[in-house]
Design a protein around this ligand. Structure first.
Ligand code: NDP
Length: 332
């Protein structure tokens, strides 16, 4: 049974050398467990934070552990009364071809939703995060300007599109001209600014002369610092992620924090795992409706084979993905 183990704690930039690919004996399910065959794995920025090995954000990883990770899998053998062979389930599958897991730790998913990887993206944590963060913390009003960073990524690509569906002006921030073109041309944002180019703060001042009412932050660091002086009076910041900090070895300085005070800004950090089930269900329902009606565009960057998972994760920190990063482990 092929698996990926987390073997070396990264210092600074995550490298593929933090992982080892190896073959282990085939697991066999105990009473109450099921044997699943992995179909898709989700590759997410929070995994870098699990490697700190400290409590506080997701389950900490220890060196030597099989790499954790959510996935979609098919039940191939069941010793649990509620799980049936052939069911497709979501859960903490881990980076391996087969896993024996407690039946109650797995949630069956709707097989008619295709591709099944949508359960990890649009209808998974990224989609729910985009919808809940913008709706409940950004609280955008029609006509307002919403800015989102990592705008070509899984969460960010949805935030701007949802903002437009709610009658707002959407400005993305992304790395490079190609991604910015995708964000405007394919996703329908009103504008997109390149954070790798010089002068982001000034570029945003030109793009949002009336100020920014909502900033959905996926990045933190220098990008957040460039947005701060552009905030309008009474602005809201939905603090979703700070990926610019995850590989950092030292402190990151901010020059413009005082803008929070001067503009009476509300800053709300939130984590989707702590959001009420009713809000998550509302998010999933509306996202699926919009998607089926052709009102939301959704992209995935998919690579084939379990062995591609380490490079996929490393690539998130280089901006190598457009849309949700997925590893297809077996044909679904
Ligand atoms: P993405 O698909 O957006 O991929 C990450 C992107 O981040 C990259 O493509 C890159 O885009 C950008 N990026 C990476 N490093 C930097 C950097 N140093 N400075 C600026 N941009 C950088 O990932 P997700 O959509 O899955 O996640 C986005 C954010 O949301 C993450 O911070 C994640 O931790 C957070 N998150 C939070 C949740 C919550 O509950 N609060 C739930 C899910 C995600 P580019 O090329 O444009 O720079």
């Amino acid at each position: 049974n092929r698996q990926v183990r987390y073997v070396r704690r990264p210092v600074g930039r995550l490298e593929e050398s933090s992982f080892a690919i190896e073959d282990a004996p085939m697991p066999s399910p105990a009473e109450g467990e099921v044997l699943v065959r992995t179909l898709f794995l989700s590759v997410d920025p929070y995994m870098r934070r699990q490697m700190l090995g400290t409590k506080g954000y997701a389950v900490p990883l220890r060196e030597g552990d099989v790499m954790q990770g959510r996935g979609i899998a098919e039940v191939v053998e069941s010793r649990h009364p509620a799980r049936r062979v052939g069911e497709v389930v979501f859960g903490e599958i881990g980076w391996r071809l087969y896993a024996a897991l407690p039946g109650e730790a797995l949630r069956p998913v709707d097989r008619s939703v295709r591709p099944l990887s949508l359960h990890l993206g649009l209808l998974g944590a990224p989609g729910l995060t985009a919808w809940v963060g913008l709706t409940d913390h950004g609280r955008p009003q029609p006509g307002e300007t919403v800015v989102v960073s990592a705008a070509a990524g899984a969460v960010g690509s949805l935030v701007g599109q949802i903002a437009r569906l709610r009658g707002c002006r959407a400005i993305g921030i992304a790395g490079g001209a190609e991604k910015c073109a995708h964000v405007v041309r394919d996703l329908g944002f009103d504008a997109c600014l390149d954070h790798r180019a010089e002068g982001l703060e000034e570029a945003l001042r030109h793009a949002a002369p009336g100020g920014v009412q909502v900033y959905f932050d996926n990045v933190g660091g220098a990008v957040l610092d460039a947005v701060l002086p552009n905030l309008a009076m009474g602005a809201r910041i939905a603090l979703c992620g700070m990926i610019a900090h995850y590989n950092a070895t030292g402190p990151i300085a901010f020059r413009h924090l005082q803008s929070l005070l001067d503009n009476c800004v509300t800053l709300a950090g939130f984590r989707i795992g702590f959001v009420a089930p009713e809000r998550r269900a509302a998010a999933a329902a509306e996202l699926l409706d919009w998607f089926r009606a052709g009102r939301l565009r959704w992209r995935e960057t998919v690579s084939d084979g379990l062995e591609t998972a380490p490079a996929a994760l490393v690539g998130l920190f280089d901006g190598a993905n457009i849309g949700k990063r997925i590893v297809r482990v077996a044909p679904a």
